[in-house]
Design a protein around this ligand. Structure first.
Ligand code: BTN
Length: 337
């Protein structure tokens, strides 16, 4: 990420399509107009379409399709937010990279973004296939210092915030499938993976990873995958700009984490869950203490655990793991993609 680029892009974004003069940019950066021209040229080379008109200035006509940490940061700053962003064109796993950055002693929160992973991690030891298909792989790192039992509720806060951000940005009926799948039309749109380092009953670090199918062309997926997963571009019938979306998601994760920290009442968590949940009243199966149980989802506990009433009438509290929809929804059995 280049600090001067962030200043230039932010000025262009905030001008709402009007021209920004070279003098304004030079003053903001504390460099000469020739220096500004050189930076603008570099931005053009990296995919920004910047129009220059004599005596008027510069205007952003199109953003790069590829991820740009400077553009993501500029979006965040234009919304009054900011966070260190580590961008990699290709990486083994953004969660693994976040762990490495943490071991260097960096402050949190920070984020790691990529468009391709070679060893993407899914939940329960699965692989998260992460080819370069215009999708988003994103991790945020925090140091919560809270009890490990809080992990479920932190994950839910962030998952619900992400769900809300995508639903409102694109006006789509996105649902959260406990604990951390996002569904559209009963198909998996995104998966989330929270990993924590625990010492002496404290979560020293927590990494929240999100894999979102954005621009994948689902028509070339194998049939079984196409039946159970989807992408935003399939839902909307158009290609989505990755950079603004990445910024929205980073901001949403931060909002969810702050909501958890400030302990906005647990009722608010339940209210959000009720708004976006897709499980309540539905039949599911799940692994519970070594057995496969089946029952109907009754709701959410205040700590984020799932309440299931089994067919035998027993009430089960599921603190971790995942559930599979059954009955009519068998076709939509959802696992990591
Ligand atoms: C799941 O199994 O549903 C969770 C998948 C989480 C995948 C994301 S992609 C970004 C981050 N980095 C990883 O290696 N995994 C998570």
């Amino acid at each position: 990420m280049n600090a001067a680029d962030v200043v230039i892009i932010k000025a262009l974004l905030e001008s709402n399509g009007h021209y920004v003069s070279g003098n304004t940019l030079a003053r903001a950066l504390g460099i000469s107009r020739v220096g500004v021209c050189a930076r603008l040229e570099k931005l053009r080379e990296s995919g920004f379409l910047i129009e220059a008109v004599r005596h008027r200035g510069y205007r952003l006509k199109a953003e790069p399709l590829e991820l740009s940490a400077s553009l993501v940061q500029a979006y965040l700053e234009s919304w009054g937010q900011s966070m260190p962003i580590y961008h990699h064109e290709i990486i083994d796993s953004t969660n693994a990279e976040a762990e490495r950055v943490l071991t260097q002693g960096n402050d949190t929160p920070f984020s790691v973004i990529s468009q391709q992973q070679t060893s993407g991690r899914g939940r329960l030891g699965r692989v998260w296939h992460s080819p370069q298909e215009g999708n988003l792989y994103l991790s945020l790192a925090f140091k919560p210092q809270s009890h490990p039992t809080e992990m479920q509720s932190i994950t839910l806060w962030m998952g619900l915030s992400v769900c809300e951000a995508i639903a409102s940005e694109f006006d789509l009926d996105i649902r959260l499938k406990w604990p951390n799948d996002l569904l559209y039309n009963e198909k998996k749109l995104a998966g989330m993976l929270t990993e924590a380092k625990i010492e002496a009953d404290r979560m020293n670090t927590l990494i929240f990873g999100l894999g979102l199918n954005v621009n994948s062309d689902c028509s070339i997926w194998p049939e079984d995958l196409s039946k159970k997963a989807t992408s935003l571009s399939r839902a909307l019938g158009k290609e989505i700009s990755l950079n603004k979306l990445a910024a929205k998601l980073i901001a949403a994760c931060k909002t969810g984490y702050d909501a958890y920290l400030s302990q906005i009442t647990d009722d608010h968590l339940l209210e959000m869950w009720n708004r976006y949940d897709c499980l309540k009243g539905r039949e599911v199966t799940a692994d519970y203490r070594g057995d496969r149980i089946s029952g109907v989802v009754e709701g959410l506990e205040h700590d984020g655990s799932l309440m299931i009433k089994t067919s035998a009438g027993e009430k089960i509290i599921l603190r971790s793991g995942e559930v599979t929809l059954t009955g009519l929804q068998r076709e939509a059995k959802l696992t990591a993609t």
